[in-house]
Design a protein around this ligand. Structure first.
Ligand code: ADP
Length: 474
């Protein structure tokens, strides 16, 4: 079965968050299930390591002000179609944001163009490879299922929500310049609270909808988490499922991580912890060294953490944080790092540092207000870095709280607290200090965490079942 994945980012070539990790890991994970997955991706100036000399399979002389060429490419074991459109993708800034940190004004054109090229492939643009299934990721892929349905392309379609907070909304006056059908500007189409939402186009147009954890799938049907899509997702609950993300076990392997001291049992972790303390200029301490690797946003609860820290620091706990994002939060965390000997802060985006933090940390904190799946708690499990997480979305599905019953049953893997609740977060940190002080229990927790399966095996089978349920040429 052939599946075309439509996404705006893919690790290791171009990444701003977990979406890239998942999109990059799926082809290899699914190959074991007999699924031939290819990816269609914009040929951004920012992408690294992509060959530019593949065979052209499709050309369009003028799409939104310039020429577009779709070329085959293969790198890092991933088969791709690269969409070359210098007028859309070849520019400074980030892949989503221009100068001043604002969305590129032509983001609708940039990603509708990507979706149009995906649909061309569904219609047979590459004579050697035509997909049976179109799998769109997040709003950037949203128009693909919609346009495929309009074109009656012979594919089944899946729309995956990695984060509903990003709806890809723009003004209705863009409908005509984008070449979309004004008749679809209605509640049953891509209209969304008076504007146009690319994500909604996908959620309405796709045969199946998935998101990245079972709990988030349920949460999405509620007003609090659904962010305006709860009504639609409730109505389509019969085709909505949650499939957890997995971890690339080669890229995140404590026994063979090129970026940090290696260990394959918890007994080997102290060397990585010592190296991390040295990296972050943190003094020796008997208390636990916690880490955060995250976008700095209120979604991630990183505005709550400062108020939960004083007692933890007082008890000898320490924190090393790597993150970037919201300017106010960056400033606040820089100040905290300067004010406390036990808090080390690096503002920036740095893959190597991320590995060093996950390897050296004794606990990884993920105090999100909402979290579709979350990846750093999964890395934490693999590295015996005990996750301390909010009870929401994929965090709730992947971490088992160290309460008495779970400890007795030998299944506990972390500490779970109420989301959006500073007092409970502070209590979770006090539990971390206590558990860390109980040598045997802590060792058991680490062992449980490290043996918790976090790979793709189970989930790959779930995706394969989903694709097969749509069958070729549904
Ligand atoms: P989201 O996609 O919402 O940002 P996830 O937990 O799903 O959150 O994925 C985040 C990914 O980005 C992880 O692979 C994490 O290691 C990485 N990451 C986040 N912030 C940084 C950073 N500052 N430096 C390096 N990697 C980061």
């Amino acid at each position: 079965m052939k599946v075309l994945s439509v996404a705006s980012e893919c690790a290791p070539f171009v990444k701003t968050g977990g979406l890239a990790d998942v999109v990059g890991a799926l082809p290899a994970a699914l190959a074991g299930q007999g699924i031939d997955m290819r990816l269609i991706l914009p040929a951004y100036a920012q992408a690294r390591g992509l060959p530019a000399d593949g065979q052209a399979v499709h050309r369009q002389a003028d799409l939104y002000g310039g020429r577009v060429t779709v070329r085959r490419a293969r790198a890092e074991g991933i088969d791709m179609y690269l969409v070359e459109a210098p007028h859309l993708y070849d520019r400074d800034g980030t892949i989503y944001l221009g100068p001043g940190g604002r969305d590129w004004p032509d983001n609708p054109e940039r990603f509708v163009a990507l979706c149009r090229m995906a649909v061309a492939l569904c219609e047979g643009a590459d004579v050697d490879w035509r997909p049976d299934i179109l799998h769109a990721h997040d709003w950037q892929g949203g128009f693909a299922p919609h346009l495929a349905r309009k074109a009656q392309a012979p594919v089944g379609s899946v729309m995956t929500i990695h984060n509903v907070a990003f709806s890809g909304t723009f003004d209705a006056d863009r409908i005509e310049p984008l070449g979309l059908d004004p008749a679809d500007f209605r509640v049953e189409g891509f209209e969304f609270w008076g504007g146009v939402s690319a994500l909604k186009a996908g959620l309405v147009g796709a045969d199946r909808i998935t998101t990245v954890s079972p709990t988030y799938a349920r949460e999405l049907t509620t007003p609090h988490f659904g962010m305006g899509f709860d009504g639609l997702l409730s109505a389509r609950a019969d085709v909505l499922t949650g499939i957890l993300n997995g971890v690339d076990l080669d890229a995140w392997d404590p026994a063979a991580d090129p970026d940090a001291p290696n260990f394959d049992t918890p007994a080997g972790k102290p060397a990585a912890t010592a190296a991390l303390r040295a990296d972050f200029d943190l003094p020796d301490s008997d208390g636990p060294l916690a880490v955060v690797v995250s976008r700095l946003t209120t979604q991630k609860g990183l505005d709550l953490l400062p108020d939960a820290l004083p007692d933890f620091l007082q008890a000898g706990g320490q924190l090393a944080l790597l993150g970037s994002g919201d300017a106010d939060l960056e400033r606040q965390w820089r100040q905290l790092g300067a004010a406390h000997a036990g808090v080390g802060v690096r503002i920036g985006y740095d893959e190597v540092q991320a590995h060093r933090l996950i390897a050296g940390g004794e606990a990884v904190l993920v105090p999100s207000r909402f979290e579709p799946c979350g990846l750093t708690q999964l890395y934490g499990l693999r590295y015996g870095t005990i996750p301390v997480v909010a009870r929401t979305g994929g965090l709730a599905d992947t971490v088992i709280d160290a309460n008495d019953a779970a400890l007795k049953a030998g299944v506990a893997t972390g500490i779970v607290h109420a989301p959006d609740d500073t007092a409970d977060l502070a209590f979770a940190l006090s539990r971390l200090v206590t558990l860390r002080g109980q040598r045997q229990i802590w060792a058991q927790l680490q062992a449980n965490a490290m043996s918790h399966p976090v790979g793709w095996e189970v989930q790959a089978a779930q995706y394969a079942d989903l694709y097969r349920s749509l069958g070729p040429s549904t």
